[in-house]
Design a protein around this ligand. Sequence first.
Ligand code: SAH
Length: 227
Amino acid sequence: MSFSATVLTLYPDMFPGPLGMSLSGDALARGVWSLAARNIRDHGLGRHRTVDDTPAGGGPGMVIRCDVLAAAIDANIPPDDPRPKLLMSPRGRPLTQSHVRDLAAGPGVVIVCGRFEGVDERVIEARGLREVSIGDYVLSGGEMAAMIVLDACVRLLPGVMGKEASGTEESFESNRLEYPHYTRPREWEGRPIPDVLLSGNHALIERWRQEESERITRERRPDLLER
Ligand code: SAH
């Protein structure tokens, strides 16, 4: 059974977008995963298919209506759908590689993309949406955030990445950032590849990589070492 993604958005034409290219695009074409982008506006109200209204209590911007979003969810997602339902949101749980691994191991994901000031709180509760953030900054909509979640999941699906190993040594896999990479030419603009990498001594290379990984993590992300 392949990984199935349904995205609820006001801009379905943004999909698959970049997900249709390279690793994720090839996997999509091969049926390793599937993607359905559904328009929330199809469930909008009246002749103008209105989806938003002014915030209760006043203030700037517009809020996506709970009845409209719930109708979009109910029309596209059966009640017994086993997939987790995520809402992209700067207030959400920060996305991590271990969260991505859990999602990729499951049947797929439903992702709701917010726009404007966000969505009426009641639909989050009533439909059990799990809020997920991709970082401490504010985007204009959830679509690119959803693409990031999907890209991170899809590359972990069996048969998507070239080498099995390339998933396990990467940044964040053991709360470490990855060691530096080099390839040909052997010397470039006076900069040689570190000797140890050309030594053929695999134990030594492994140790060097571990030390570099620790050094870089200590310098750049000491918070990871404490996890
Ligand atoms: N008023 C909101 C921001 C709304 S941004 C607030 O202050 O929290 C509009 C939409 O973009 C959000 O509903 C969400 O779906 C998406 N979005 C913005 N920043 C995001 C982030 N860091 N992670 C995930 N989604 C984000």
